[in-house]
Design a protein around this ligand. Structure first.
Ligand SMILES: *[C@@H]1O[C@H](CO)[C@@H](O)[C@H](O)[C@H]1NC(C)=O
Length: 319
């Protein structure tokens, strides 16, 4: 038992390492706060080839932390929920373990997954495990995307910079900051120019002042060899605006995909209807009204017309 725990802990640690690579199936927060191996909730750790997920090198081995589910669930009484089409959870109430398992079976052979063993009674979700896993992966990806540390950009200049070039650097810095990036502003000195570093210092202070509305200095300008630099980081309001915009863009993108997908479905439905009509006409044609050959040519051309649209929409929406 001791040995088993030690081994599990090792595996658990490597599973946590994978949080950084984004190939975990558990939201990082729950990993950080919940021990992976506890006596009350045995957690199965499985390795799977992650190549198709785009892993490289060592990342190819992905630790999948499987939740406790179905027969593995020990509690005798459970609060059961199931996701509705809107993706929110509907409550199915409190029931016995046996009832919950039967319910999952009734609902088309779905899985009963323990999602919270800390509450009383524990909460289980009836859902298709592969769909559940996909949702978790998607959430983890989104989390990673949003927490993606802002990039650090750099603008460089000489302490002898002229007004025009200064304007260009300022404009670039402004653009980077407005995108939510931190900007390292560097004044480079050559050789003995470094004795003028007070001018460089003033230059950086001026730049920081000119960008004051968008950004704050992270400390005072610092010497790095012959360089003098200061990092400007976007103010909270700027970051908030950037995040809001990103969210709005994502939403619009999703909506566009949905509309395109629905149009595609509608087009397919009318193609099917047209084919049905054509088939009916063909049947009539056999009775002498139309020649079979004419009808088939008609059918093909109308199918071509209807299928003329782009075919990658359906693929796209699931990618
Ligand atoms: C000074 O800045 C330039 C441009 O960013 C960089 O290439 C160089 O490595 C820096 N030198 C030092 C000592 O940091």
């Amino acid at each position: 038992m001791k040995l088993f725990q030690a081994v599990s802990t090792l595996v658990a640690v490597s599973a946590m390492t994978n949080v950084a690579t984004g190939f975990t199936l558990v939201a990082p927060r729950s990993l950080a706060t919940t021990p992976l191996v506890t006596s009350s909730s045995p957690t199965t750790l499985m390795a799977r080839g992650g190549g198709r997920r785009g892993g490289r090198g060592n990342r190819d081995v992905v630790q999948e932390v499987k939740p406790t589910m179905n027969e593995e669930i020990q509690a005798t009484e459970l609060r059961v929920v199931t996701p509705n089409p809107k993706g929110k959870d509907d409550s199915l109430g409190i029931m016995s373990r046996a009832e919950a398992l039967a319910k999952a079976k009734d609902m088309g052979g779905l899985d009963l997954i323990l999602v919270n063993d800390k509450s009383d009674p524990p909460v289980c979700k009836i859902v298709d495990y592969s769909k559940y896993r996909y949702m978790l992966e998607k959430k983890a990806k989104e989390l990673k995307k949003n927490s993606k540390a802002t990039e650090i950009k750099e603008v460089k200049m000489s302490y002898k910079i002229d007004v025009h070039d200064y304007g260009v650097r300022k404009k670039n810095a402004l653009k980077f900051l407005a995108q939510g990036n931190r900007v390292k502003c560097t004044v480079m000195f050559r050789g003995r120019e470094v004795q003028h570093d007070n001018l460089g210092f003033d230059l950086l202070e001026k730049l920081a002042e000119d960008l004051d509305e968008l950004a704050a200095k992270e400390g005072r300008p610092k010497r790095e060899g012959r360089n003098l630099s200061v990092i400007l980081s976007p103010r909270a309001e700027v970051l908030k605006a950037v995040n809001e915009k990103r969210r709005a863009d994502d939403k619009a993108k999703k909506k566009n995909k949905k509309v395109a997908f629905e149009e595609k479905l509608a087009a397919k439905a009318s193609t099917d209807a047209a084919a049905a009509t054509t088939n009916a006409l063909a049947a009539e044609g056999l009775n002498g009204e139309l020649s079979v050959e004419d009808t088939i040519i008609d059918m093909e051309s109308s199918l071509d017309d209807l299928l003329g649209g782009s075919d990658d929409l359906t693929d796209d929406i699931f990618s």
